[in-house]
Design a protein around this ligand. Structure first.
Ligand SMILES: [Zn+2]
Length: 409
């Protein structure tokens, strides 16, 4: 007997088979094909992964190592799945994630407990009450066979997002450029709270509010690295900041820890040496974003150790730390802070050598009060307002230092 996760669904589907029309329900015009269910089956020697769709779609599968992952690429689809989908595993499957990877492309990333081979990979037409299905059978293999098997599926390259051209600022334009970076997105949900609310959604809502308030001052050009639910690799977020010649880069996140009583906002700046164990662990988790989205980091260039970049980084680090202190001062007046609010660690998203960058963890989704705040529009308005004052104060100091000369003569 096959053990399916959604046994109730199966019973229902079987019961309905007799009365359900043979033809699949056509998807509404103009909408993406929809994934209506995902089922896992433990067959002992193999684990079956079934995706059920309202329409037939072409798919591609490949595997990635360290950690072991199976990736299924689909055209852009809607996922009509329960919020908890993918959090539990079965057989060789630890869990899975799904979402938009890039424009026109959705992705499912399966984490496996052992190196696996895709022993079967086929599509089925609607039959016996089921819709269109994509079926994968995963069987255990050795690490060396797994690594060899990686050669046949081509790794898709991450295409850069279509950027709106950066308008050339007139010479008298003294507006500073602030790039706001809502963390995670698409196939990378980030952390989640007890109600199932996801980090990628709450940080996007906050980033949009901060964008609105900063732009409303008329003092800044404000850009977002993403304004929809899509994935952006970490390196690309840094590249977007540099492309816009950002004067300040603010990455927005929310944390989660085992202890429900830990709460409050914290601010992080880049350092090779972490200020404490928690900061190091947080940076490790946040740096996993690309791995979670099924990006192959194999062959990525290592850290740049160029001496000039190092020097520029040192100056940038001081400015980043100055801004972090402003955030602590101003946000402390509007919301609860984590103790030792400003911390340091090796966050990959903060590595632009010439852009002062901070990462703000708005609070903990694992804490009831913080979770409530993060979902409250009133809280977002208040705290974004305090960040605007921190940005104003930071640039005010830099003007006073003569860093910005003011309007051109
Ligand atoms: Zn995050």
């Amino acid at each position: 007997m096959i053990l399916f996760l959604s046994a109730a669904f199966f019973a229902l589907a079987a019961g309905q088979a007799a009365v359900r029309a043979e033809a699949p329900v056509p998807a509404a015009l103009g909408t993406s094909p929809a994934v209506n269910s995902v089922r896992l089956g433990d067959h002992g020697k193999s684990t079956r992964f079934v995706i059920e769709l309202a329409q037939p779609v072409k798919h591609k599968t490949f595997t990635l190592a360290d950690p072991y992952r199976v990736v299924i690429d689909l055209p852009e689809v809607e996922f009509n799945l329960p919020q908890s989908a993918g959090q539990d595993g079965r057989g060789f499957i630890k869990g899975y994630r799904y979402g938009l990877f890039q424009a026109g492309q959705s992705r499912i990333v399966i984490d496996t407990t052992v190196p696996v081979a895709i022993s079967k990979d086929f599509a089925l037409d609607p039959q016996s009450g089921f819709g269109y299905r994509i079926v994968l059978d995963l069987t255990e293999t050795t690490r060396s066979a797994f690594l060899q098997g990686r050669e046949w599926p081509a790794q898709p390259t991450v295409k850069p997002p279509v950027q709106t051209p950066v308008p050339v600022q007139p010479a008298h334009d003294t507006k500073r450029v602030v790039v706001i970076d809502p963390g995670h997105g698409g196939v990378d949900p980030g952390t989640h709270g007890s109600t199932g609310v996801q980090e990628k959604d709450v940080v996007l809502a906050f980033a949009k509010e901060l964008h609105r308030q900063l732009a409303a001052t008329g003092r800044y050009h404000v850009r977002l690295t993403r304004d929809t639910d899509r994935f952006i690799p970490l390196r690309q977020r840094v590249a977007i900041a540099r492309q816009h010649k950002a004067d300040l880069f603010i990455s927005i996140h929310a944390d989660a820890v085992g202890k429900g009583n830990v709460r409050g906002m914290s601010v992080y700046t880049l350092s090779e040496t972490s200020s404490d164990k928690e900061a190091a662990e947080l940076a490790r988790k946040e740096n996993l974003s690309d791995v979670i989205a099924g990006v192959d980091l194999y062959g990525e260039p290592g850290e740049v150790t160029d001496i000039l970049i190092d020097l520029a980084q040192r100056e940038t680090k001081n400015f980043s730390a100055n801004f972090a202190r402003k955030v602590v001062d101003y946000a402390g007046k509007s919301t609860k802070l984590l103790q030792r609010t400003h911390r340091f660690a090796g966050f990959r998203v903060l590595k632009a050598p010439d852009v002062p960058s901070v990462l703000v963890e708005l609070g903990f989704l694992t804490n009831r009060s913080d979770e409530k705040n993060l979902m409250s529009a009133a809280w977002r308005t208040k705290v974004a307002g305090s960040l605007v004052r921190a940005v104003d104060s930071y640039f005010g100091d830099r003007y006073a230092e003569g860093v910005y000369a003011g309007p051109a003569q």
